[in-house]
Design a protein around this ligand. Sequence first.
Ligand SMILES: [Zn+2]
Length: 419
Amino acid sequence: MERMSILAILLVTGILLLFVKTDTYAQQNLDRISISERSDGKGFVIRNHLTATPDSFKITQPSSDLIQFMIYSSNLDVSDLTKPDLPGFVRNIEYQNNDAGFGYDIFLEEGSYFSTTAYHDRNGVHILIGLEHATREVVDQITANSDFVYWYDYQENNVEFDFRFSADDDAFIQMRNNNGFNVIVIDPGHGGHDPGAVNRSLGIREKDIALTVALKVGEYINQYMPDVEVVYTRKDDRFVELSRRGKIASEVNGDLFISIHVNSARNSQAHGAEIYFLGLARSASALEVMKRENSVIDLENGGGPTQLSEEELLIFELANAGNIAISERIAMMMEDQFRSRAQRRSRGVKQAGFMVLWNLPMPALLVEIGFITNPNEARYMSSENGQTILASAIFRAIRDFKQEYDRSLRQTNNRVSND
Ligand SMILES: [Zn+2]
């Protein structure tokens, strides 16, 4: 009896101590970040000069040229932070102040390979990041087991939602009866003499952003989904006719077609991503975007605008219900990624009659990743960090869909073997 009550007291005290610990509200400053070469020549040390021990910290290396570091603290002041000069092996550091603390992305120069660890200094207050020279193979092993830090995850009010197809869904059955989900066609919009939308004052062109982001999406697929084949409609700055893009996708029996574009608007405040799949334009703004993206037809035909009629689209919708359902499903997964992960405003999933999506015998999407007419967004889309995040948002939607598809396949196979 007595032993029981002692145990109870200990338990209660333990719980109280826990509360006291997390309620500690000592002011913490991060005064300086410095980078120095190790005396043994094996690499570098990044020192975070803190004035008090933080709750915890985390380091991750999601790709060979990106190291992400996060300090968790409810009360970290970085207003007087002295940032380091960038040494030769660092291309850029992007700092992220968020609700959970403070972190940064370290972008490495090409050919710089490091294995990383983060640890307390002997004084127990500073946190050191050790960068040790490593081979490409070692770094590849590390990145294969690391996930991105999505800084938006650390902001309050981020929304997650979940919805999925069932294994019995007609669209899935149709896909299984075809080729499965093995070939993804990535289509960087415009190219060559067709720059797409242009921000003249910043010297930024849609065709360049679309190409860089498209190539990054393909790299992620190659790296993380090695059983999926990636086909590009263009891999460099060249003009490819819209009809040719569709032909490429059909010839390789693509299971998904993703066309990547950049939006523009008269209102320079407009920002955010829009994701389209083929169908009747359901809104006036979708019609505007559709007209612009289809206008390249003028360049090809040297004549008047070719527009898909409502009737053509209706016939298409009826004949391709399965592909449209899957297109919409992936579009919604992508919207989720843009909104809750990539920290971009999502302007929603929309339908429109894009020529480039027309007549494709596969699910097809057109993504407008942001507005080139908004200076902030234009700069973001042409930055290394922005392109990495946008490309990974597109990639993650594809990966999520592939996982859902594989799950439905297993369910069906189990059912068949049980019969
Ligand atoms: Zn475009």
